[in-house]
Design a binder for this molecule. Structure first.
Ligand code: GCO
Ligand code: MG
Length: 442
């Protein structure tokens, strides 16, 4: 039915009361013209599995149309049990019966429905729904999501991988192996003797005296050892390889400023997460002291965290965790905002992102002009048996599935064979302490 006819048929009645009916009728009419009925949400469920030692959570949105459904990543490993009820008890009742056509509208509706917002559990729950709706739209259109978002800017996704070791030589050897496989970008991390460093194999022995027997960390020792590693890697691995290093928000703010400055001669591709979100004010000091490229953001949940870093050009790469910021839709906006300020993307891509989430990352990587680099994690066999259609790695490039939506089908029977395992902290992380017993950030 045409809009004019519609309005005429409602003439005489109160315009306010009729507005929603007109909108719904118009939407149906548009679909009818194109021969596409508007799908309605029939069910929202949660799939949980742990095929590679980390808890993965995926939301499945099912429509009233036979065979039309979608998947979205909602993985928050450390508090995994809380995401499921956030989806099932709060978002599902809000969403049942709504059309899947309106992704942005649904995102905003979910976002506002808790009044208090921007927390990791709720953002992950919303991400699961958001990404599932993009998957559905792609399946309806018969296109991969990257087509819906404008199409490719590049053929495949350039990635970095992780070379780590307890000793310097081991890190160098691992980096060489990855370079031989075609990787042009390598993240390097080395163990800290007797201490709980991040991202490296634990080097046993040599634990400094401490006033407790918990996992131990010493920021100054970490800083010295990591700088030595960067020096050795640049010398041993040559000029061409791009080196990255994750500081994991472990140093004190001033030590982090010193570290970034001292790393300048090693010509890093980037240093990652030098400061914790609580210390964002120190980014200006890093900028004023050196030209080492900085990537930041895997812990971000709130627009107030990324906005100033982008608009004040205080970082070079934004690397939020897509599900932690609420999914594909908000991350797309972050990418576009970043482009306006000359900041590139480097989305967080660790093991605690499901393959559906990796596809969302890779999709943005393909369509964003300001793509920088993608963190890569290999999918083991169990993961690939559950998530069929994972992106493929060749010569350091990730190639995405050309199937509609995210191109991934989940075998729920296989997922059920890899349930969450028992662990004392239920997937949560324990504590790390300084020598005197002060607890510190992870
Ligand atoms: C990275 C990250 C991860 C996180 C992990 C937390 O850069 O890959 O720092 O290793 O620590 O995702 O669960
Ligand atoms: Mg990191």
């Amino acid at each position: 039915m045409e809009r004019r006819t519609l309005l005429k048929s409602f003439a005489g009645a109160g315009a306010l009361a009729l507005a929603p009916r007109i909108a719904a009728a118009e939407e149906q009419a548009q679909h009818a013209v194109r021969g596409l009925p508007s799908p309605k949400i029939k069910d929202v469920s949660v799939i949980e599995c742990e095929p590679a030692g980390v808890r993965l959570t995926v939301v499945k949105v099912t429509t009233d149309q036979e065979g039309l459904y979608g998947y979205g990543c909602a993985t928050f490993t450390q508090r995994a049990d809380l995401v499921k009820p956030a989806v099932e008890r709060y978002l599902k009742p809000l969403l049942l019966g709504k059309t899947t056509d309106r992704i942005e509208d649904i995102w905003q509706t979910c976002y506002d429905s808790s009044y208090w917002k921007n927390g990791p559990v709720l953002n992950n729950a919303i991400s699961g729904v958001d990404q599932a709706l993009w998957d559905i739209k792609g399946r309806q259109a018969g296109m991969p999501v990257y087509q819906l978002a404008g199409g490719k800017c590049r053929e495949a996704v350039d990635c970095y991988t992780h070379a780590s070791g307890a000793e310097f030589e081991e890190v160098v050897e691992n980096a060489r192996k990855f370079m031989a496989q075609g990787f042009r970008h390598v993240r390097v991390q080395v163990g800290l003797p007797g201490m709980a460093g991040y991202g490296s194999q634990r080097k046993e022995g040599g634990r400094p005296a401490a006033l407790h027997d918990k996992p131990l960390f010493d920021p100054a020792a970490q800083s010295r050892r990591a700088l030595k590693l960067l020096e050795i890697c640049r010398r041993e691995l040559g000029e061409e390889v791009e080196l990255l290093h994750d500081m994991h928000e472990r140093l004190t703010p001033n030590l982090a400023v010193q570290f970034c400055k001292a790393a300048e001669p090693f010509r890093m591709f980037f240093l990652e997460d030098p400061l914790s979100p609580e210390d964002l004010g120190y980014f200006r000091q890093i900028r004023e002291n050196c030209a080492t490229p900085i990537a930041m953001g895997e812990l971000f949940n709130n627009p107030h965290e990324w906005q100033p870093l982008l608009t004040e050009r205080l970082i070079d790469y934004i690397r939020v965790h897509l599900s932690q910021v609420g999914g594909f839709s908000p991350a797309r906006k972050i990418a576009i905002l970043a482009e306006q300020f000359g900041v590139k993307t480097a989305w967080h891509g660790p093991g605690d992102v499901s393959p559906v989430g990796h596809m969302a990352n890779a999709t943005l990587d393909l369509v964003s002009y300001n793509f920088g680099i993608q963190e890569y994690t290999a999918f083991n066999e169990r993961t690939q048996a559950i998530f069929q259609g994972c992106p493929e790695m060749r010569d350091g490039y990730l190639w995405v599935s050309e199937k509609p939506g995210w191109g991934i089908e989940i075998d729920e029977r296989e997922a059920a064979k890899a349930p969450f395992t028992e662990s004392p902290l239920n997937g949560g992380w324990g504590e790390i302490r300084l020598r005197d017993g002060t607890v510190i950030k992870q």
